[in-house]
Design a protein around this ligand. Structure first.
Ligand code: ZN
Length: 425
């Protein structure tokens, strides 16, 4: 048993914000009660003193790349989940663009087998099409039976509207969402950043915001047609969010996520340093404002990191030759506090929702701090100062634009299935 005492418990599912003790018994929550009022006998339980700290349901990351199988020099399930736990995440959804692509049940089983002893739960996402090539639909039912929680051809969109319709129909019958990397590849072809004054000044090829919004519009129309559940990955543009708002106003089951880098940085921050290269690229100031408004008012459902490790040999090259993507786990909470909470743009309770019940709902799961629920907790500070040192990360990669940044507040302990998977010293 593990007793988490004296913490300020924030649970968006039950609208709780109060001093409570949480007793964990093995991999489930045994009881939550006012301080000192647990009915169970806690003698012999290990104790964690959470005085001055927030105790939340375990953070869930809907969008991560663990690079296994196939690119183990950039990350593995073991190193990636250790980095996730350090960032406060108790569960991560790994994208299928591995080598080979995760498009069949034997790879689902391989991932889940590797994840047995991992520092966080791993919930795999299967490919929508065979090899994510956008031609034939993948073995979605077999992957679902083996344990996938969603499908996506992430890295690129589902290639055609016809195939996207078919995937939606199929996933609708299986009860899982389709996660879309929204990008019109003809508009985005050759681009390495957002099109605008900065791309012109740097002389780098840019893609317009419409490259994303056009694809979101296509898929929203397909949800009208199919009634499926659609989740827009790493939404970055105001025009795309307007499409999501429209879909929600019509009662369509369309959700979206925003990354910490998109609510923190903008295209004007881009230099020739490849740590500022990601897809979708950093957007305009106006887009960033719209994303923060959506995070505040509920148009955005979740914060997801798009943790995308690339070993230095791949990433430390000229900007236009470098692969897209940055590390995400360990700076996510610090950036959310810095950009959203400390600025007064969103309430702490809402931020917790964006990391917990929000992503859970996208997957059709319920998460709350109550007896019988999984013993996954994220314990964090809103005041402790710390500096991110990417060299100290358990990740195999180092591609973060936030190296050396000092944060006010961050993860203090991550409890996964009743065990302390990370603890700050
Ligand atoms: Zn993507």
């Amino acid at each position: 048993m593990l007793l988490v005492r004296n913490g300020r418990v924030i649970d968006p599912a039950t609208k709780t914000d109060a001093a409570l003790d949480v007793l964990l018994d093995g991999d489930t929550i045994a009881e939550v009660a006012a301080p000192g009022k647990l009915s169970r006998d806690t003698r012999g339980a290990e104790t964690f003193d959470a005085a001055g700290l927030i105790v939340a349901p375990g953070f869930i990351d809907l969008h991560v790349h663990l690079r296994e199988p196939g690119q183990e020099s950039s990350e593995t399930i073991e190193t990636g989940t250790r980095s996730a736990a350090r960032g406060g995440f108790t569960a991560v959804c790994c994208m299928p663009n591995t080598k080979p692509v995760h498009d069949n049940a034997s790879i689902t089983r391989f991932i889940l087998d590797k994840a047995k002893n991992a520092a966080a739960h791993v919930w795999p996402i299967g490919a929508a099409s065979v090899g994510s090539k956008g031609e034939a639909i993948a073995e979605i039912a077999a992957m679902k039976a083996a344990g996938i929680v969603a499908v996506s051809d992430d890295g690129k969109p589902i290639a055609t509207a016809k195939l996207a319709r078919q995937v939606m129909d199929y996933c609708n019958s299986l009860g899982i969402p389709v996660i879309e990397h929204s990008e019109d590849v003809s508009l985005a072809a050759g681009a390495v950043m957002r099109e605008g004054v900065t791309s012109t000044r740097l002389g780098l090829p840019g893609m317009p915001a419409a490259a994303e919004a056009v694809c979101v519009a296509r898929d929203v129309q397909l949800v009208e047609l199919t009634g499926a559940r659609l989740h827009i990955a790493h939404l970055s543009a105001k025009a795309s969010l307007d499409q999501v708002r429209w879909a929600k106003s019509r009662g369509l089951r369309v959700t979206c996520e925003v990354t910490p880098h998109h609510f923190t940085l903008i295209d004007e921050d881009v230099t020739y340093d490849s740590r500022f290269k990601m897809n979708p690229p950093l957007a305009s100031r106006e887009d960033r404002e719209a994303l923060i408004a959506g995070l505040a008012d509920g148009a955005v459902d979740a914060i997801a990191t798009d943790h995308a490790p690339h070993e230095p040999a791949l990433k430390d090259v000229e900007f236009d030759r470098a692969p897209f993507g940055i590390l995400g786990f360990e700076t996510a909470l610090g950036l959310a506090l810095e950009q959203l909470v400390h600025t007064g743009r969103i309430k702490l309770q809402r931020m917790v929702e964006l990391f917990t019940t929000g992503p859970a709902r996208v997957l059709g799961m319920e998460r709350k701090l109550a007896g019988g629920q999984p013993a996954d907790l994220t314990i964090f500070s809103t005041t402790r100062e710390w500096t991110y040192d990417v060299k100290a990360s358990p990740s195999k990669s180092r591609n973060s634009p936030f190296d050396g940044r000092t944060f006010k507040g961050g993860p203090v302990a991550t409890i996964v299935a009743g065990k302390i998977a990370f603890r700050a010293n």
